[in-house]
Write a protein that binds this ligand. Structure first.
Ligand code: UDP
Length: 490
């Protein structure tokens, strides 16, 4: 069934196809297996972890329910959260194509029906087994499940996967630690395994990178698109009029050189924020947007939205994507949009984007992620008695970060990726001085010559950093274009 996805012409699964089976069976969850109580395993004698088995999966789209405050659903046909909609469509398609037994709910009533909890407002523990092998939901859905399943949610939580566009870092996920150390936000502290959060972009390997589907063109199509490009045509990334506010000067300059197109949603009147010289198409059916991008040379961001599927679609259709770079970068600590999001990360800018400072004075600066020098890597002898691990422990490359540097950045500087599954192996290589809950441990402080080990496995964090500590980081190599797999993983 995997081939059915991989051979699908013209669609490139931006992480999704190969990663879904891996992410769905996070090995240490549910006592080493992801099926319901191992019933199938006993009956068939086949490992229930094998993706080949038919699973019963509930997809509960929490943010579309009336009960989530009705913020999102009325916007769906009006340019609403399209990126999130793309992700949900991709999940449903992938699970369907893989032949899984799917149930979908977009209301609390349906959720209660599927879970077998009596309808009504109060919480009611689930007495029997969970009727699903896996439940894909989001933070809204998680809250609704807690409300209606009460304490029984805790027992079944290893079966849950949370579609979490922005990601959730370990320090925000651990309830006690988040409360004590100022990481408690509206969304976090569910004490899940952080691999259960599935993100739209590879923010931190602490979460599972799910991704989304973007077009991939064959050589003939690429050639045709190249021939038909209109050199002076630009499309703006910004579907809501508010995103265009205050950009008149910039647009005027751009208009001197380019024909400017937009896809801003409007009901009856053209939004005043969009200058008259802009050819506004309104919200377009996706196919028409693709056609527009095929003709355009430039796809221009105003800085907000920060990220979404559209820029990758534009690049896939042969556009150059320009997006402002913020100095200092925007994050939950300094910017309203990110406030309350369970992450400390600073605005993501993919290596495909040409970014320019937000004051727009310089138009050429490319963020370089990789460095050649490998001298900081520590050679690592694999203990032959180490417990089995995925990815294989042979892929481990141990490195030490600079003070204040996260393991995500330390690994990236050696062209490697941080692998949270390896933390448990490197946490025992130090003469113990401190053994406590700290989301940057294992780490050492050169100033006071102290070494700190992690006491709480849920706090192992690729993303964490602290100016007082140099972190010990478990990196690994990866396959270009498929970061979920190491070079020797297949
Ligand atoms: N899209 C569309 N018509 C439009 C604008 C966008 O079909 O007029 C699609 C686009 O192809 C992409 C999705 O909406 O797949 C999400 O776009 P965006 O990156 O703007 O995400 P959002 O900001 O909505 O999360």
């Amino acid at each position: 069934s995997e081939n059915r996805v991989w051979e699908e012409p013209k669609r490139s699964w931006f992480s999704f196809s190969a990663h879904t089976p891996v992410a769905a069976r996070i090995p240490e969850l549910c006592g080493g297996e992801a099926s319901r109580g191992g019933e199938k395993e006993k009956k068939s004698g086949v490992s229930a972890n094998t993706w080949g088995l038919l699973w019963t999966i509930l997809v509960h789209v929490g943010f579309l329910t009336e009960e989530s405050g009705d913020v999102f659903s009325p916007k769906v046909l009006k340019g609403g959260p399209l990126g999130e909609m793309v992700q949900w469509a991709d999940i449903l398609t992938a699970l369907y194509v893989l032949g899984q037994n799917l149930k979908i709910s977009v209301s609390v009533k349906e959720l209660q029906g599927f879970l077998g909890v009596p309808p009504g407002r109060g919480s009611c523990p689930l007495t029997g087994p969970l009727p699903f092998d896996l439940i894909y939901t989001d933070y809204h859905g998680l809250q609704q499940m807690k409300q209606h399943m009460g304490l029984s949610l805790k027992k079944h939580k290893c079966h849950i996967r949370v579609i979490d566009t922005f990601g959730t870092e370990p320090a925000y996920n651990h309830e006690e630690y988040a409360t004590l150390h100022g990481y408690r936000t509206n969304w976090g502290y569910w004490n899940l395994n952080t691999r259960q959060y599935m993100t739209m972009f590879p923010h931190t390997p602490d979460n599972s990178f799910m991704g989304f589907v973007a077009e991939e063109l064959n050589n003939t199509e690429k050639h045709n698109i190249r021939e038909n490009k209109v050199k002076n045509m630009a499309v703006v990334y910004g579907k809501e009029a508010s995103m265009w506010k205050g950009k008149e000067k910039f647009l005027e300059i751009l208009h001197r050189y380019m024909e400017v197109h937009g896809t801003v949603y409007y009901e009856t009147q053209r939004p005043p924020e969009v200058p008259a010289f802009v050819k506004n198409h309104g919200l377009l059916p996706q196919q028409d947007l693709q056609q527009l991008l095929r003709k355009a040379k430039l796809f221009i961001g105003f800085g907000f939205p920060y990220e979404g599927p559209a820029p990758l679609e534009a690049i896939a259709n042969g556009c150059i994507f320009l997006q402002p770079k913020f100095q200092p970068p925007h994050s939950s600590l300094n910017h309203e949009f990110f406030r309350g999001k369970p992450t400390s990360r600073e605005d993501f800018c993919g290596p495909e984007a040409w970014s320019f400072p937000a004051n727009m004075s310089v138009v050429r600066s490319r963020r370089m992620f990789m460095r050649e020098d490998n001298s900081g890597l520590i050679s690592w002898a694999v203990n032959s008695t180490a417990p089995p691990c995925w990815p294989p422990i042979t892929a481990l490359r141990l490195t030490v970060s600079a003070e204040g540097q996260s393991c995500v950045d330390a690994c990236r500087s050696y062209d490697l990726v941080c692998e949270p599954a390896f933390f448990r192996f490197i946490n025992v290589q130090c003469e113990v001085v401190e053994f406590e809950m700290n989301h940057v441990f294992p780490a050492f402080s050169t100033m006071v010559r102290e070494c700190g080990l992690q006491k709480e496995p849920l706090l192992f964090s690729c993303a964490g950093f602290d100016p007082k500590y140099r972190r010990v980081c478990p990196c690994r190599d990866f396959r270009k274009g498929q970061v979920a797999l190491c070079r020797d993983c297949l």
